[in-house]
Structure formats: C-alpha cells, structure tokens
Design a protein around this ligand. Structure first.
Ligand code: ZN
Length: 317
C-alpha cells in the first residue's frame, strides 16, 4: 500500500492510495517543529493513517513525503525548511528506520503539481502555480515531474516583474512573489482579520479604491506567473494552488481581468488564450499528499531489481 505525507507549517496531511490512485484514507496531525519533533509527528501521521485504513505497517510498500525547503530526492535530505525549524535532516532515512518502509522526499509544491495532475485527470503538459507564503510552480510533462538537474525548475516566484518594486527575500526587486504571495498580501493589506485575503476582496467588491489596487496587484502577480509558464513551457493547464487559491473563482475572475487587458494590448498574448488555461485547485483536495504518494511509489518501482531490465527488454522490443 502506498502512503503519502504532506508536511506543512501547521499540519501533516497523510493519505493512503488505492490501486487507482484514489484516496482510501486520510488523517491530519499537528506538525512538530524542529528535527526531532518533526520526525515524531511524521511517524505519528504514518501510524495513524495506517490504523485508520485498517492496515499494519507491514502492508506499507512505499511512503512519499512532500515537504517545503530544499529537497534532495537522491539522498533523502531536506535543508533550509525555515518554517519547520529544520536546517538539515536526513528525513527519508530516519523515517524509514522508524516505520520499516522505503521513504522518498519531494519538494511540497512539486509533489502538489503531480497530485493535482492525477486528481484532476490532466493530460499533456501542466503546472501547479502555488500562491502560498511564497510563490513557486511544479511542472508535469506527460505525467512526469520535471525537476531540472538542480531541482530549480518552476521557481517562477523569483522572476522580477517590476524593477522598481520592493526587495524580495531572495535579494532581487519586484519578484512575482512580492505581489502574489500571502506574505505580499499581508504587506500590501495590513489586517487583523482572521482571513485578510477575504477582507481585501470584500472591500474591493464594496468599491474601496485602495483594496481594488491591491487586489489588482495580487492578480497581476499571479497572472504573470501563468504567463511565464505558458511562454516558457507552453503548459496547457495552470492549476492555481496554495493558500490564496481558497479565494476560488473570485481570484480567478481578478486574474482573468488582468489577462484580458494584456490581450487587448497584445494580439500575441491574446492568441495564447491564457484565461482558458487557468483553473483553481478545488479546496480541500489533498494534492500534495497524493503527489507525494505517487513520488514514493515511483521510487519503489525504480528500486526493484527487475524493473530496469524489464524496461530495457520493452525498449528492445
Ligand atoms: Zn525573489
């Protein structure tokens, strides 16, 4: 049985997949901060989802883990997961040692891209543009995650779109991330509301000019991410995920306005049909956990001694 874990800043989302990649069971546990507590909470998530499914740990054939930070799938290390207070952790090896199943890591946004591709039944080339604390994309080509040699493929959040913009955490100025992230929204729309993004959109709908300007800046940042992905990879679908995607059709409408205005200025941009390529990730869909499970299973298949020779035999035929 294949397990997937999505380790977020506050909770771990754990799923068990059936043979058709559908979710059989799902649990959520609180994320432990720092290396030891994080490992404890990941182990707890595995044990709880296995128990929920009526399985034993011995039934688990593979575990995939999606986690923020710099992930090296080859070594199973995660580095600089600042929000989890992890500098360098051999998470794959340590978790595998505790639960007795092979563990493979992937960056959480890349895992979510693969999960969204599967859950939404996408084909061809697609991307998930994650508008969370930061901005990043995962790119899937014909069902396969495209990482790039250094794992940097899809880091579109750090493409500058405004040279006179504010300084980004990366050191550049006016990056997409300084417009279309939760961090950017908090800077441009300081608020004590429990859901600042909703407050912003409500105020804009009510005609507040400052809110309309901020909504436009957020939407233009997100639309710029879509434009970059289409112009570089010609992705047929861009799924919008991350915290801001909870705005659903309200964000989609604001992005569509921006993209249509670009199209009015540029027949070339109009010809790309940007608005038709964008869709929102439905709320509560466990894209990253499902994607992680698929990543983990791929590793298990690849490490089977018979698999490479079978593939080679198939190629010879
Ligand atoms: Zn940046």
């Amino acid at each position: 049985m294949r397990l997937g874990l999505d380790i977020g800043g506050t909770k771990i989302d754990a799923v068990v997949l059936d043979a058709d990649d559908a979710v059989r069971s799902r649990v959520r546990v609180a994320t432990g901060m720092g290396p030891n507590a994080l490992l404890d909470s990941a182990e707890l998530a595995v044990r709880e989802v296995v128990e929920r499914d009526g399985l034993d740990l011995g039934d688990v054939t593979s575990i995939g883990v999606g986690i923020p930070g710099m992930v090296d799938p080859a070594t199973g290390h995660v580095r600089h997961a600042v929000n989890l207070r992890v500098t360098d952790l051999a998470l794959a090896e340590l978790l595998s040692g505790r639960v007795g199943a092979p563990v493979r890591l992937e960056n959480d946004v890349k895992a979510a891209a693969l999960g969204a591709y599967s859950l939404l039944g996408l084909t061809g080339t697609a991307a998930l543009l994650n508008l969370g604390t930061g901005v990043a994309a995962g790119i899937v080509m014909d069902g396969t995650l495209w990482r790039g040699p250094g794992g940097g493929a899809g880091e579109v959040g750090h493409i500058p779109i405004d040279p006179s913009g504010v300084r980004c955490g990366c050191g550049q100025y006016g990056c997409i991330e300084t417009f279309a992230s939760g961090t950017a929204l908090a800077r441009m729309w300081p608020s004590q509301a429990p859901l600042p993004a909703l407050e912003l959109f409500d105020a804009a709908d009510a005609g507040d000019q400052a809110a309309i300007d901020v909504r436009r800046a957020v939407a233009a940042g997100a639309a710029s991410g879509v434009r970059v992905l289409v112009l570089t990879v010609d992705v047929q679908t861009v799924v919008i995920g991350g915290g801001l995607s909870n705005l659903g059709d309200r964000l989609l409408a604001a992005m569509t306005d921006v993209m249509r205005q670009w199209g009015e200025d540029s027949p070339f941009i109009a010809s790309l049909g940007l608005p038709e390529r964008v869709r929102m990730l439905p709320a509560e869909v466990p894209a990253a956990a499902v994607g992680a499970a698929l990543v983990g299973a791929a590793a298990e298949t690849a490490s089977r001694p018979s698999a490479p020779s079978a593939a080679a035999a198939a190629e010879e035929r």
